[in-house]
Design a protein around this ligand. Structure first.
Ligand SMILES: N[C@@H](CCC(=O)N[C@@H](CS)C(=O)NCC(=O)O)C(=O)O
Length: 216
């Protein structure tokens, strides 16, 4: 069975949980607590699995893979069951990857735990300043996502049409992170519409941080 090394509140782990659920793939979660004892991701046995000391990691037998984008692409290729997480049209697929990457490399790294720790520990940022930093980058990033989505079909149910795709796997966890850092997404009509549609699906609700084996 597939194993996912995951932390309940990690938005990158949440993406993969949605992807696995959408594909209907059974998996077990191996919790990695990012805060306990200085963070279990720094333990030598975890570093052996992922030298970058980050979750998620997917294990498929002896095959181990980090980076949620790579994991979602792997799920699509290794388990070509419906629903597809990417379009078969190469231009649409590339646009989907671009939007996933906007979240993956343009927003999430700026509010990652290690970045916030560095702001506090090395640069003396207060809790309030750190939160304002996160809110700034999340708002800026989501404004670009909204612009992109609103240029597509405004009647589509999900980010890319009437079936959920990898883009929804990346978008919904980013909205959870936005809420954590006090960013309202109400002024983004496309994002709000898509989030409401995703919320109704089991694949998304079962992946939610409030429903994990390690939820605190
Ligand atoms: N681009 C990576 C990001 C992974 C990542 O940033 N993971 C965070 C949790 S969302 C983490 O493990 N942080 C631990 C730390 O910063 O020490 C991915 O998509 O998997």
């Amino acid at each position: 069975m597939l194993k996912l090394l995951s932390y309940y509140r990690s938005s990158s782990s949440y993406r993969v949980r949605i992807g696995l659920n959408l594909k209907g793939l059974p998996y077990s979660v191996v919790p990695v607590h990012l805060l306990n004892d200085g963070g279990e991701q720094h333990r030598p046995q975890f570093i052996k699995v992922n030298p970058s000391a980050q979750v998620p990691v997917l294990q498929d037998g002896s095959f181990s893979l980090a980076q949620s984008m790579a994991i979602i692409l792997y799920l699509e290729d290794a388990f070509p069951k419906s629903p597809a997480l990417f379009s078969k049209d190469s231009k649409v697929r590339a646009q989907q990857i671009a939007l996933c990457e906007l979240v993956n490399s343009g927003i999430q790294p700026l509010h990652n735990l290690r970045v916030l720790n560095q702001l506090k520990e090395t640069f003396g940022a207060s809790e309030e300043q750190t939160k304002a930093w996160c809110a700034h980058w999340i708002s800026l990033g989501l404004a670009s996502v909204e612009k992109f989505l609103s240029e597509g079909s405004t009647s589509a149910t999900y980010a890319f049409g009437d079936e959920p795709s990898a883009v929804d796997c990346f978008l919904i966890p980013q909205l959870f992170a936005a809420a954590r850092f006090g960013v309202s997404t109400e002024s983004y009509p496309s994002i709000t519409r898509i989030a409401k549609a995703c919320e109704k699906l089991d694949a998304f609700s079962k992946a939610h941080p409030s429903r994990q084996v390690d939820t605190v």
